[in-house]
Design a protein. Structure first.
Length: 274
């Protein structure tokens, strides 16, 4: 299926690694012009060059700290200066610390909310006037299934994700009449460096092997594939939602987690508490 993304201008946040990096590559492979952002210029330059060399697409890297007020507005302004417009925003940046409520400090809460939740809010707020000026656009929020399938050690990510899903649904209703579609994608465990680091963190905390943690996540997915998701399996859904092929899809939240069952994961790692 031709997604008709060729020539679209796309901004992907958090695009130097993991899901965000693959989403940016996916758009470039579809012929889109791509802007990527992250905090570190060297990483951005390397990723932009890599994607450009692989696809022939024009890719611009813009260093930005989305947790700082005013930075998302500057980011969108630079995208418009570079490409003349903005058609698609993919909010993929932001992580929040895991832990139980007794372990998490106020700083942990504030750091997670400021980057994962408010970074998404700020980027969206900056993009909407630009899209409105062109008669519409697409916003896809890469959220996470924690917002609908919470486990107790994911309380900060879960609260951020749940808020992002409400934000998505609310904006879809508000801006749909202006041709701005807003949808969400909720990945479960995905094979990325970040996820591997989380597996290692959980293994240390529980005093078990990393292989045990991986097995617990695989066992919580009923598909029977014997693995967790690949970044491209998330990217494919993002690309569809960002395209005109999803012309009657607005305000949805799509789980890309293989039907993951969090109680199974909790039982294997925490003895049933979930």
């Amino acid at each position: 299926m031709d997604l008709a993304l060729k020539g679209k201008v796309v901004l992907v946040t958090g695009a130097t690694r993991g899901i965000g990096a693959d989403v940016a590559l996916g758009f470039a492979e579809e012929g889109a012009h791509v802007a990527i952002c992250a905090r570190t210029k060297a990483d951005l330059d390397a990723r932009a060059a890599e994607i450009g060399a692989a696809t022939g697409a024009r890719v611009v890297g813009i260093p930005v700290d989305l947790s700082r007020r005013g930075e998302p507005e500057r980011l969108v302004d630079e995208v418009v200066r570079a490409f003349g417009r903005l058609d698609v925003l993919v909010n993929s940046a932001g992580v929040a610390p895991g832990g139980t409520v007794e372990e998490l400090s106020d700083d942990d809460w504030e750091r997670g909310i400021d980057l994962k939740l408010l970074g998404l809010v700020r980027c969206t707020r900056a993009a909407i006037p630009v899209m409105r000026g062109r008669g519409g656009g697409r916003i896809v929020n890469v959220v996470g299934n924690d917002g609908v399938k919470c486990a107790h050690w994911e309380i900060v990510p879960a609260i951020c994700c749940a808020a992002e899903l409400i934000f998505t649904a609310t904006l879809a209703e508000q801006y749909g009449p202006e041709g701005i579609y807003v949808n969400a994608v909720n990945p479960g465990p995905v094979e990325t460096g970040l996820m591997r680091g989380l597996f290692e963190q959980v293994a240390r905390r529980r005093g078990v092997s990393v292989d045990h943690v991986v097995d617990a996540h695989v066992s919580s997915i009923p598909l029977g594939l014997g693995r967790i998701a690949t970044p491209r399996e998330v990217t494919n859904v993002v690309l569809f939602l960002a395209s005109d092929r999803a012309s009657f899809v607005n305000g949805v939240s799509v789980n890309v987690d293989g039907g993951q069952m969090k109680p199974v994961l909790s039982r294997m790692l925490y003895g049933g508490r979930g």
